[in-house]
Ligand binder design. Structure first.
Ligand SMILES: Nc1ncnc2c1ncn2[C@@H]1O[C@H](COP(=O)(O)OP(=O)(O)O)[C@@H](O)[C@H]1O
Ligand SMILES: Cc1ncc(COP(=O)(O)OP(=O)(O)O)c(N)n1
Length: 567
């Protein structure tokens, strides 16, 4: 959370029909693009009178108006991705097809919308062939099962195996990636899979229990535009679909809280920021002017060192609150209602924790199905991370306000070098290390900057996620692996290290340290601690998420650049 975003927002154009209830079509696209950190643009193909109970009427403006909209955007804006939804008629399809043929954006996702799930056709029956004729412009198509069946010219799949088979056939016929979606299958699970021409097996599979809600209106529109946005930023299809899917599952889980309409209501696109934006302190910190943000992080302001920013150990117990409006915690770091500062941090990172738990790397680690190469690549990156992490802990030891804390961090720094790194080395042998990936490098730079430059309190908040999220992930995975039988589990020693009672005790110590530092800090410093903690949580997520892809395809490479990095 900084006033200036670190990466530019991808510019994602939605070409779609309308939905006045805001759950599907262009409204869902724009919300999903924004939810994934993109900038949404919109060209309307059809004005649809519909609600959560079905489609009432469709009006298609003249295609000259459509073409004028498309050209107006293209002449003025460089696009990073295009997502195509409802097209409706042959004329509209041909107009969009001709426009796409000029190579408008590096990422093109086509959701071949045919029928609204709540009822009502969104594609003329005679337009199916025309739709087939533009699919080769897509980098990914995202049909639901009935749409997949039309494209495969087969009956609608009733099993996941049939769906995958149809996905393979469609990928080969149209020469493009297909996201096979299990949302329309009967049963308790909703698998998805990425199928790529020339690959007999899916290159990525995603599993998950069906979220028990009838409010699923617009899931297909939302997923496809979220994928387009994430891939425009990262270039990684397999991971991008995983990220978009985790977010959509959160949106489905929060859907029942919205109360929109009497039929199949929409999903909650902004569920992941709902609690944050309700907190005026978050909004103030997120929208702070650059100078305020720098002061909050303890950097000298334009008038020299920030004399009003107390440093650890020297700060008065009740420093005057800065303008951010954050509540003052009590002397033990507990908030007025008895809540610890770190309880608040844990709540704020709930979404990130859920996304970590659903990553294919993490689930594969737990059930032992993770590819050995992927694990070894992860260990390699982790070893390089731990090298810098031990230095960050040593910096904290040097800055620690109390002797016990100094001793704790100094011992921890040494233990990282001798203990965890040794476990990694034992697994990797004498193999030459891969270069650090972009994510590893970013995490390492972040940690060394926060612990080296921003004072003890912010530095301690920055290292806490490495303890806490690992202890959390480790104990959940180990519990699952134990239930299935740890004997013979290929990653048992790794799991046990992070589920170790000593590691959990160390995590509790760091929490206490952070709570005490928060109690001594003024409110601007506490805001900087929150930012450092959440940024580190996001980097933990990215660190886990990078693994499966980079190990398999581009060892050591930063997962950056534009589309085309993965199959
Ligand atoms: N109840 C649900 N719980 C979890 N995921 C779901 C649920 N319904 C749909 N999905 C997911 O939503 C996405 C869109 O799926 P689907 O419903 O098949 O498409 P469409 O909205 O185009 O008909 C897929 O990732 C699917 O797995
Ligand atoms: C204008 C418009 N476009 C697409 C759809 C279909 O949306 P989808 O995401 O496939 O969700 P369901 O309607 O199938 O739940 C739509 N309804 N309107």
């Amino acid at each position: 959370m900084t006033a200036t975003p670190s990466a530019p927002a991808p510019r994602v154009l939605s070409i779609a029909g309308t939905d006045p209830t805001g759950g599907a079509g262009h409204a869902a696209d724009l919300k999903s693009v924004a939810a994934m950190g993109g900038y949404g643009l919109s060209v309307i193909t059809a004005v649809v009178a519909q609600n959560t109970q079905g489609v009432v009427a469709v009006h298609t403006p003249p295609v000259t108006v459509l073409r004028a909209q498309l050209d107006a955007v293209a002449e003025d804006v460089e696009l990073d991705a295009v997502k195509v939804g409802m097209l409706g008629s042959v004329d509209v399809i041909e107009t969009v097809g001709r426009w796409l043929a000029a190579g408008r954006a590096p990422v093109v996702v086509i959701d071949p919308v045919m029928v609204a799930t709540a009822g009502g056709r969104l594609l003329d029956p005679d337009a199916e062939d025309a739709l087939r004729g533009i699919l080769h412009h897509a980098d990914l198509i995202t049909p639901n099962l009935p749409e997949l069946a039309v494209l495969a010219e087969r009956p609608v799949a009733t099993t996941w195996d049939e769906a995958l088979e149809q996905g393979r056939a469609v990928a080969e016929t149209f020469g493009t990636r297909v996201l096979v979606k299990g949302g329309h299958l009967c049963g308790d699970s909703t698998p998805d899979a990425l199928v790529v021409p020339g690959h007999p097996e899916p290159v990525a599979q995603y599993s998950g229990d069906r979220v028990p809600t009838r409010n699923t209106h617009g899931t297909g529109c939302s997923l496809s535009s979220a994928v387009a946005t994430v891939v425009a930023r990262t270039g990684d299809w397999a991971e991008g679909i995983g990220t978009a899917r985790s977010w959509l599952r959160g949106a489905l889980r929060a859907a029942d809280s919205l109360h929109v309409g009497h039929g199949n209501g929409p999903v909650h696109h902004m569920h992941h920021v709902q609690d944050l934006v309700a907190d005026p302190a978050f909004v103030a910190a997120a929208c702070a002017e650059p100078d305020d943000a720098a002061r909050a992080a303890g950097a000298p302001g334009p008038a020299g060192p920030a004399s009003g920013t107390p440093r650890d150990g020297a700060a008065p117990a009740a420093a005057p609150a800065a303008a951010s409006g954050s509540p003052e915690p009590g002397a033990d770091g507990h908030g007025g209602a008895g809540e610890r500062f770190t309880d608040e941090l844990w709540r704020d990172c709930r979404e990130i924790r859920e996304r970590i738990a659903e990553l294919p790397f993490v689930t594969g680690l737990g059930d032992g199905t993770l590819e050995r190469d992927a694990f070894e690549w992860y260990l390699d990156q982790d070893m390089q991370y731990l090298d810098a992490y031990s230095r960050a802990l040593a910096l904290l030891a040097a800055a620690a306000p109390e002797d016990t804390t100094r001793e704790f961090f100094a011992t921890a720094a040494a233990a990282v070098v001798t203990g965890e790194s040794a476990l990694h080395r034992a697994r990797l042998g004498e193999r030459d290390p891969e270069p650090p990936s972009g994510t590893t490098g970013a995490y390492v730079d972040f940690l060394l900057a926060r612990t080296g430059q921003d004072g003890f309190a912010v530095g301690a908040a920055a290292v806490l996620p490495c303890y806490w999220l690992y202890a959390h992930v480790g104990s959940e995975l180990t519990a699952r692996a134990r239930a299935a039988g740890l004997q013979g589990h290929p990653f048992a020693d790794w799991l046990e290290t992070y589920d170790d009672p000593e590691f959990r005790a160390a995590t509790e110590t760091v929490r206490d340290v952070v709570d005490r530092a928060a109690a001594r800090a003024d409110s601007a410093t506490r805001d900087a601690m929150r930012r450092a903690f959440l940024r580190a949580c996001r980097l933990e997520l990215e660190f886990f998420a990078q693994t499966a892809h980079d190990a398999a395809h581009e060892p050591g490479a930063a997962p950056g650049g534009h589309a085309g990095g993965t199959p």
